[in-house]
Design a protein around this ligand. Structure first.
Ligand SMILES: Nc1ncnc2c1ncn2[C@@H]1O[C@H](COP(=O)(O)OP(=O)(O)OP(=O)(O)O)[C@@H](O)[C@H]1O
Length: 261
């Protein structure tokens, strides 16, 4: 399935009634089986764009549509946030099953489906644990398993690992790639972390400060296995520094404009 974002803009009403233009002129296509990462400074509209793609917000201008669904239906969207929003009173199994309860699946089918995602996410042995009995990384795995268990057409992730410590975060990025390789879902992923973006993405979309516009789109032409090590390490660094330069230049322009006023 493919998502087409055409000329999209978003304005909010600020607290004292003034207009806040969060995004303008966004043109982007997320192809089938593509992993696209959004990076950009705080407040540039990354979450806004993700939420519009997920149908939680409507664009003020432009359109977002999907192509390539076999039947004429709305796409199923799996979402994972930094605050995963697990139900504290539900076990791992019950949390993962949540999105399946209102479907036509039988109890047996739900149990089977949940078990397969427990295995995929490496949560065996923790089926009956409550969220508070798990580490942060494991809770995120439950959140990802829950999003995948509905077998979405599209996966949207908003800084899912930013609350984790550096080591857990690195491990989770690797885990996520394994899960993604098994499903190859069209994915839109938001992060502040440039290395994370280069590690995960097929393409990195660099947004400018607010109102967010696309400054550039960088295709990461590196194998997924061992992307940041060995022979790839130098190229990996080059990509990260290219993206950093784009963000830095945008921030410097902002400072200069501020001084000129
Ligand atoms: N409901 C809202 N009402 C008014 N302004 C909003 C609302 N939601 C977001 N904004 C503003 O729109 C801009 C974009 O916000 P958004 O959260 O999409 O940015 P972001 O790039 O995800 O930020 P961060 O990286 O800090 O999470 C910000 O200036 C924010 O203050």
């Amino acid at each position: 399935m493919k998502v087409v974002i055409e000329q999209v803009g978003k304005c909010y009403q600020g607290p004292d009634g003034q207009k806040v233009t969060a995004l303008s002129d966004i043109n982007l296509t997320i192809s089938s089986e593509e992993f696209v990462v959004l990076v950009g400074p705080s407040g540039c509209g990354k979450s806004t764009l993700l939420n519009m793609v997920g149908g939680l917000l409507s664009p003020t201008s432009g359109t977002i549509y999907v192509e390539g669904l076999e039947t004429d239906r709305d796409p199923v969207v799996g979402m994972v946030f930094q605050e995963i929003g697990l139900f504290p009173w539900r076990s791992v199994v019950q949390n993962i099953a949540f999105g399946l309860e209102e479907t036509r699946l039988s109890q047996e089918q739900i149990a089977e489906r949940v078990q397969s995602y427990i295995e995929l996410a490496g949560l065996q042995g923790f089926e009956n644990s409550l969220p508070r009995q798990l580490s942060g990384g494991m809770r995120q795995r439950v959140g990802i398993a829950r999003a995948l268990a509905i077998q979405p057409d599209l996966l949207l992730m908003d800084e899912p690992f930013s609350a984790l410590d550096a080591q857990t975060r690195t491990l989770m990025q690797e885990e996520l790639l394994k899960l993604w390789t098994a499903t190859r879902l069209s994915t839109l992923y938001v992060t502040h972390n440039i290395e994370e973006a280069v590690f995960l993405a097929d393409r990195v979309v660099v947004l400018s400060r607010r109102p967010g516009k696309i400054i550039d789109i960088i295709r990461i032409d590196l194998p997924r296995e061992g992307r940041d090590t060995g022979e790839c390490a130098a190229q990996f660094k080059n990509y990260a520094s290219q993206i950093w330069q784009l963000i830095r230049k945008d921030a410097e322009d902002a400072l200069r404009e501020g001084e000129a006023e």
